[in-house]
Design a protein around this ligand. Structure first.
Ligand code: FMN
Length: 314
């Protein structure tokens, strides 16, 4: 049983310590563990070339990144794909997961399991389980998009997230060492990832069910439903796992989010949502390829317009 942990915080910082607490427990339970800190690797920001999406939507070939042999991303993703369990720890920066993690996950488009499955790439068929830790200096209100944003990156990787922990109020590096409960909770996350791997088919979620509104992915954010590319959508949607339903009052008068009978049809949990998105990309790109001449003609007006800009440092 292999577990790969990816941390995005400072070297020897709070996130790294929490991750190590999780890995120590997982190792005790028999897992073979590896830890990487994204700060140690060269990962280029996605250039937006769309080589990956064009490759699979237009040619029916497995997506591949144009930077494949240029930086460390492919090296990391090979380990990522071979792991049975993934633990991700990211600090909150400006309410969200730190940018270095976003740079890493923007590159996931070339490694989307559900896109690879569409073209029969068997490297992407394995079951994987995830555990996520969001850590920050403040309380949840100042980390409001952190855990949820980390969660969606694993869901889009077809990873079953069995535990999530938000660790608050530890700003300075190592300050988390004063919070014994947080370290114990992180160790429990390591244990839960092992349990999830060992009982993949039975386990759904082993973390705190009260973490958020959504009964499926436990995120604390809900959206008013929006029309989808091929259908009307739901009244209320979870923007993280894409399950849909409505707000209903329970017997005590409290509002809760109830998933509709067919509320999983766009779900990120069983691959249906990502597969649907594969066809959406294919459909929306079609117009670009048929109307390329019109685009080039209309583009001139904008490419020839050169407003003044800011001179770069030499
Ligand atoms: C640029 C920057 C922005 C930050 N923004 C937030 C924030 O929005 N919410 C929060 O709770 N903590 C915020 N923090 C605090 C970090 O999340 C905190 O220092 C955390 O312990 C860093 O984790 P690490 O030790 O694993 O690097 C911020 C820190 C920095 C450097």
């Amino acid at each position: 049983m292999k577990i790969l942990a990816v941390t995005a915080g400072r070297k020897n910082g709070n996130g790294e310590i929490l991750t190590k607490a999780a890995l120590m427990r997982a190792e005790e339970l028999g897992a073979e563990v590896k830890l990487i800190n994204l700060h140690d690797y060269n990962i280029k920001p996605c250039s937006g070339c769309e080589y990956c999406t064009v490759k699979f939507t237009q040619k029916g070939e497995a997506p591949e990144c144009a930077y494949k042999n240029i930086d460390d991303m492919d090296l990391i993703m090979r380990e990522w794909l071979e792991a049975d369990g993934i633990i991700v720890t990211v600090p909150a920066y400006s309410f969200m997961p730190a940018g270095i993690y976003r740079v890493f996950t923007d590159r996931f488009l070339a490694y989307e399991p559900n896109f690879h499955k569409q073209v029969g790439n068997s490297a992407y068929f394995r079951h994987r389980v995830g555990g996520i830790i969001g850590n920050g200096g403040s309380t949840r209100s100042w980390m409001s998009l952190t855990l949820e944003s980390i969660n969606i990156t694993l869901l889009s990787q077809d990873i079953k997230v069995v535990d999530q922990v938000l660790v608050t109020r530890a700003p300075r590096p190592g300050q988390i060492l004063l919070d014994e409960a947080a370290l114990v909770r992180a160790a429990k996350l390591g244990e839960n990832v092992v349990k999830g791997i060992e009982n993949y088919n039975e386990v759904t979620f082993l973390g705190d069910e009260k973490l958020g509104w959504c009964p499926v992915c436990h995120s604390n954010i809900l959206s008013l439903g929006e029309p989808h590319w091929n259908e009307g959508g739901f009244t209320i949607e979870c923007p993280i796992c894409h399950c849909g339903g409505d707000l209903v009052k329970d017997e005590t008068g409290k509002w809760k989010f109830v998933i509709a009978e067919d509320g999983y049809r766009k779900s990120m949990l069983d691959g249906r949502g990502a597969k649907d998105h594969f066809f959406e990309i294919q459909d929306t790109m079609k117009k670009y390829f048929t109307d390329m001449d019109i685009i080039e003609e209309k583009r001139r007006k904008y490419s020839e317009y050169k407003p003044s800009t800011i001179a770069k440092n030499k």
